[in-house]
Design a protein around this ligand. Structure first.
Ligand code: NDP
Length: 494
């Protein structure tokens, strides 16, 4: 037990335990051993964090910084992230089981997201309006929105935090981040760097705890003005209900069941690679997993055979081993869920081409084989449920309009992949697919400049890009009377 790391949470610049001493134990998913403990925040802890943020934002030194100075602090944070990427990546690997090559490249890119928003800080402009009244000068200013509540799931925590914290702080807000109970360690290490970067106490707070009371108290808190949530649909519904308490504006980045559509004229090497990346990268634990794969009849057998052959070769094991290509799933519950849904799918008639089991020889962790299912029926449980694991459901299709209807037959609409050499067809399909992101002849590409978000049950609001910055501001309209006369009749509207 002596090697278990004890983390604390960051409230008002201090590293604190929960006021009642409650803790959560965090398990390393590669060996099922407890490796760290975290405070389990009570409602009182969360209240303290939100009040600290509110005070720091409106009354502390932060409120007197220029936008350029805020940007400089963000640049400093980005540099610290770059310098400490290796150490942060190690911690994320321990907490989530993701491969260091994934965590390291992602954290390096997180620094670029922060740099992007650092550059935006002093480019938020208002407007002067050509108003339809004599002797009035009217302008708008963009003001910070207020305390931001950021709710983060266990996967890609730093990236999902950067797309909330970056615009929030660039616009002059303070933030309270709720880390996932399953893997909060990388965020707490990140909090240490925020202190080093020189952000005033209370501007960045990080609380650790369970959905209720920690997330519940945070998202319904009367001093919270904006909620930026990433997670599943069930917690998202609760968050929307909570926002009825504080009228906070809400953005939701939720799950997906994204289609990858492969036409028979596609570059098949590229398409096969995308299917692998979209389903087995990060062990399939990605909101944009392309887990419904539609393959045109002429190339169906070939694509399935090639994907299955490569899936069988994937090296599963200790994420720290150099040769490993797929680590464990982050939690035991996830593996249990996948096994249950797979069993019912096979029972319902889906054909298991490869995978579907726990791999041999790695018994201690939460490992699962890369799995390819061929489904005839869109209602196959594995084809409807977001599994967040290395399982793809393949479907055969004949023509373009048929596949578009089938691709859209999902409650989700986060992403889609289209593989074809026919540009006109690619653009037709892009236009008719109802999803927030369409990748054509590529998959899982992201950038700080490119808005990210979904349609339908995949949520609303966008993260990254200029559009997201505005969601952390509100407009103030200023009317200036340029006449020196009286206002006129007090009983009529001007
Ligand atoms: P959950 O929805 O279970 O949890 C997300 C976060 O919400 C956690 O911090 C959780 O707390 C918290 N939470 C739970 N209940 C409440 C509540 N009542 N009020 C406020 N917060 C609450 O999702 P997972 O952690 O399992 O993450 C996986 C999901 O996230 C998938 O659906 C995935 O697709 C989605 N996701 C979406 C992305 C996107 O950008 N679109 C990116 C990555 C993931 P805790 O778990 O600590 O109890």
């Amino acid at each position: 037990m002596s090697q278990v790391r004890e983390y604390r949470m960051l409230i008002d610049g201090a590293w604190l335990p929960a006021e009642d001493g409650a803790i959560i134990e965090s398990v390393n998913p590669s060996d099922n051993r407890i490796w760290a403990t975290f405070p389990s925040a009570s409602a009182a802890d969360v209240d303290r964090a939100v009040r600290a943020a509110h005070h720091a934002m409106y009354d502390g030194p932060w409120s007197r910084l220029t936008a350029t100075e805020r940007g400089k602090l963000l640049y400093r944070l980005a540099d610290l992230l770059s310098e400490n990427a290796g150490q942060l990546a190690d911690v994320e690997t321990k907490d989530t089981g993701k491969l260091p090559r994934e965590t390291l490249s992602q954290i390096r890119y997180v620094a670029e997201y922060i740099r992007y928003f650092a550059g935006c800080a002093d480019k938020l402009e208002g407007a002067t309006l050509p108003i339809d009244k004599q002797e009035m000068f009217v302008m708008t200013t963009r003001e910070q929105i207020g305390v931001v509540a950021a709710v983060i799931p266990w996967n890609s925590q730093l990236m999902l935090t950067a797309v909330k914290l970056g615009p929030a702080l660039a616009a002059g807000n303070a933030i309270v981040i709720k880390a996932s109970e399953h893997a909060p360690a990388p965020l707490l290490e990140f909090g240490r760097l925020c202190g080093e970067a020189g952000f005033p106490p209370g501007i960045i707070n990080i609380v650790t705890g369970v959905g209720n009371p920690c997330g519940q108290t945070l998202t319904s808190h009367p001093l919270v003005a904006r909620i930026a949530f990433t997670g599943g649909t069930s917690a998202a519904r609760q968050v929307i209900r909570n926002s009825a308490e504080n009228f906070a504006s809400v953005s939701l980045e939720l799950g997906g069941k994204s289609p990858i559509i492969v036409f028979d004229d596609a570059d098949l090497d590229n398409a096969v690679n995308a299917i692998l990346a979209g389903n087995f990268g990060a062990s399939g634990q990605s909101c944009v997993a392309g887990s419904r794969v539609f393959i045109q009849a002429g190339v169906f057998e070939e694509v399935i055979a090639r994907v299955a052959a490569r899936a069988r070769e994937i090296k599963i094991g200790d994420p720290l081993a150099e040769a490993t290509e797929m680590g464990p799933l982050a939690t035991k519950d996830q593996r249990d869920k996948i096994e249950t849904v797979l069993a019912s799918s096979v029972e319902a008639g889906a054909k298991l081409v490869t995978g579907g089991r726990r791999p041999q020889g790695v018994d201690a962790g939460f490992y699962f084989e890369p799995t390819v299912l061929v489904c005839a029926d869109a209602d196959t449980p594995a084809a409807r449920t977001e599994l967040f694991g290395p399982v793809l459901c393949a479907f055969r299709f004949d023509d373009e309009s048929d596949v578009i209807a089938r691709a859209n037959d999902s409650e989700f609409g986060l992403a889609a992949g289209v593989f074809t050499r026919d540009v006109a067809r690619a653009m037709r399909v892009m236009k008719r697919v109802r999803s927030g992101i369409v990748w054509i002849n590529t998959y899982r590409a992201v950038s700080p400049m490119a808005p990210f978000g979904g349609f339908k049950s995949s949520g609303y609001g966008r993260e990254a890009g200029q559009e997201s910055l505005l969601e952390y501001t509100r407009t103030k309209t200023v009317w200036l009377n340029t006449s020196s006369g009286l206002m006129g009749d007090p009983f009529t509207m001007r």
